[in-house]
Write a protein that binds this ligand. Sequence first.
Ligand code: HEM
Length: 212
Amino acid sequence: MTEHIDNNRIYNDLRYRFDYLSKFLNFTSDDIAMLNKFAIIILPRIPVIVDTAYRKLLSFDITKQYFLIRNDGFEGPLIKESKNLTLDSPQMIYRKDMLSIYLKRILTQTEWNDTFLQYLSQIGQIHANNIGTTLIKVDYIHINILFGYMEHLFIDILWTTENLDDKTKHDMIMAINKFFWIQNDIFTMHYGMSTREKSFSTDTTKAKPNAS
Ligand code: HEM
């Protein structure tokens, strides 16, 4: 049987889009239960995960630059010079707190209701600069690799956790993976990348500077 999916609704109706992604990936309440179970393992490690993620982002100038701009909600003293910005700078402590809150929320959420989907969407919007008052627009390439990197950190911790049977580990890895793809998709929606109208350019000559 072929199920009809409305091509307009997936761009205009977040719940409808999420339902489509869930059916495609087979993301069910069992996966949510697995994420909640995984939360018990990972919550004590969140400070380390967040530090590791931001250490990575500060290790390249192309990603570090975003943290030299004043963000919404941060009112403390702002470091504007790249060489002075560290993981312990006030603006980074603020960013780390926000990421910790996010990670705790996504793992402990028991019901993926509309408010929660809206939260996932809002985080995407902030980075794509579709809401908010700042001028920060994080290029999507960095979003994509950070999702990949965070997933590695999660799986690495899970893999080395003792006293978990293989089936539970397998189901947790599946649930984590589905979560990251769903959240990543919601980001791409705000970057206008997954619409038919705004598809990627296929001009490959730009990738070959020496081509004549
Ligand atoms: C890939 C997954 C990412 C997640 C889950 C994430 C999560 C978050 C969260 C939860 C916030 C706080 C939103 C709020 O104020 O309510 C935030 C803000 C921010 N993030 Fe990310 N982030 C990601 C990637 C990135 C990357 C790759 C960069 C830069 C290279 C970045 C830079 C920022 C900045 C600058 C803000 C502040 C934006 C503002 O307040 O205007 N984020 N992020």
